[in-house]
Ligand binder design. Structure first.
Ligand code: ARG
Length: 457
């Protein structure tokens, strides 16, 4: 029996009903729905719109429905959506008082409220999972302060960098993500309930009271907007998309760095997979999957943006399509962040390979140019002299640190014996002491700053 059956002479056709229903996926909202209904009934009782005794009966009944759903005793089925299911179950249990629950509200403000309660909690979970990830990145950075690795641009060796700075770079990205979820939580913590179907209600309701029961910071100021606003879902999906973008970069690095060609990191056996045909293979399926799932989260973002495009005011059933993209995004996001955090804790760094690799590819050429420039040679000339030295090295199959002072001086008599120290991998990495740079000291200071900022959430 539908909540709205009265006006109809015939029941809904089975295929129409199946197409229209949302219970199969919006049942995830059961706790939010019951929580909001308890607050609504309490307010109706306080305002004498229903009697306090009826309100009490409703609250007790709803708590019992909640307990039975959570214990598994009550299966959510045979209803159009979660709102119809909960109300129907309540009426089954307490009769007429239950039929008064829907006074002064509509499913339109109800579902908008439920979604806000749900997404709000999801923001908190996202923040917590991302905090654990940044915490792990910080631990890895701290342990790696003494190590040097190659820094790349265009995926070509550029300059040696401190290994901690590498991990810190991802901490910065995920800290921005944490901040975005925290900011969204604040921005979206506004209650639509009391907007009713679209135009508000003539009952003397107390929206501020309901909002305080549900820990909303404010009530919405326009009922037409409130019932049709899903900006917060779109924002959540965008925030999740950026997390996935950042994770996909980290996963791409993981896949490269654990390959035979790089050999910088090892993934532990417990987080690797094998091949059904090639017995020797150890594959990075987990980071590949995270990288791959980025696409589906982006797809969900596009889906919600398209759903809300061009919708006439106010509520339209199109908005029911906010749920599956949101729920799938949430599940995907949480599993990806969790699995990568677990993986990161166990990655082994091959510090000697990274160090040796950091010195290859004339990666300290900038240091040679800087050496000259600091001794008065205009940087552009220093760049050209160093370029000739690199060409000389390529021709003679030598490296910059292996050249003799005479070979340096053949290009410029500004070179003194201390250039031989300046071109070592370690000196190069430790020389970039500018704030936010790659020296050990700068990386250590940046790590302390990350830890300080993380504490705010
Ligand atoms: N299942 C619906 C949704 O998610 C609930 C609201 C239904 N409102 C309506 N006027 N048909 O949007």
């Amino acid at each position: 029996m539908k909540l709205w059956q009265g006006r109809f002479a015939a029941p809904m056709a089975k295929d129409a009903d199946d197409f229209n229903q949302s219970l199969s996926f919006d049942q995830k909202l059961y706790r939010a729905d019951i929580t909001a209904s308890i607050a609504h009934a309490t307010m109706l009782g306080k305002c004498n719109i229903i009697t306090p005794a009826e309100a009490q009966e409703i609250v007790t009944g709803l708590n019992a429905v909640l307990a039975d759903i959570e214990s598994g005793a009550l299966v959510m089925e045979h209803a159009e959506d979660i709102h119809s299911f909960v109300e129907g179950e309540l009426v089954k249990r307490i009769g007429d008082a239950g039929k008064k629950l829907h006074t002064a509200r509509s499913r339109n403000d109800q579902v908008a409220t439920d979604m806000r309660l749900y997404v709000r909690e999801s923001c908190d979970k996202a923040v917590n999972l991302l905090k654990a990830l940044v915490q792990t990145l910080c631990d890895r950075a701290h342990a790696a302060l003494g190590y040097v690795m190659p820094g790349f641009t265009h995926l070509r060796k550029a300059q040696p960098i401190n290994c901690a700075q590498y991990f810190n770079a991802y901490s910065e990205m995920f800290l921005r993500d944490i901040d975005r979820f925290a900011a969204l939580r604040t921005r979206m913590n506004v209650m639509p309930l009391g907007s009713a179907a679209l135009a508000g209600t003539s009952y003397p309701i107390d929206r501020e009271f309901t909002a305080s029961l549900l820990a909303f910071d404010a009530i919405s100021q326009n009922s037409l907007d409130a019932v049709s606003d899903r900006d917060f879902v779109a924002e959540y999906l965008f925030n999740a998309s950026l997390v996935m973008a950042h994770l996909s970069r980290l996963c791409e690095d993981t896949i490269l760095y654990t390959s035979e060609e790089f050999g910088y990191w090892n993934i532990p056996d417990e987080y690797s997979t094998g091949s059904s045909i090639m017995p020797q293979k150890k594959n990075p399926d987990l980071p590949e999957l995270v990288r791959g799932k980025t696409g589906r989260v982006y797809g969900h973002l596009m889906s919600i943006l398209t759903t809300i495009k061009g919708l006439p005011l106010a509520y339209n059933k199109d908005l029911q399509e906010d749920k599956e993209p949101f729920f799938d995004t949430e599940t995907t996001l949480f599993s990806c962040v969790s699995i990568y955090t677990a993986l990161l804790e166990k990655i082994k760094l091959n510090v000697n390979t990274m160090y040796d690799s950091a010195g290859e590819g004339y990666s300290t050429a900038t240091d040679v140019a800087d050496y000259l420039a600091k001794r008065g040679v205009p940087f552009r000339d220093a760049h050209a002299i160093t370029g000739r030295l690199v060409r000389y090295c390529i021709e003679k199959r030598k490296t910059l640190p292996s050249l003799t002072l005479e070979e340096y001086r053949a290009q410029s008599d500004v070179f003194e014996s201390d250039v031989l120290t300046a071109v070592t991998t370690r000196a190069s990495a430790d020389g970039r002491n500018s704030a936010g740079g790659s020296s050990r000291a700068a990386s250590k200071a940046a790590l302390a700053s990350i830890r300080r900022r993380l504490k705010k959430y």
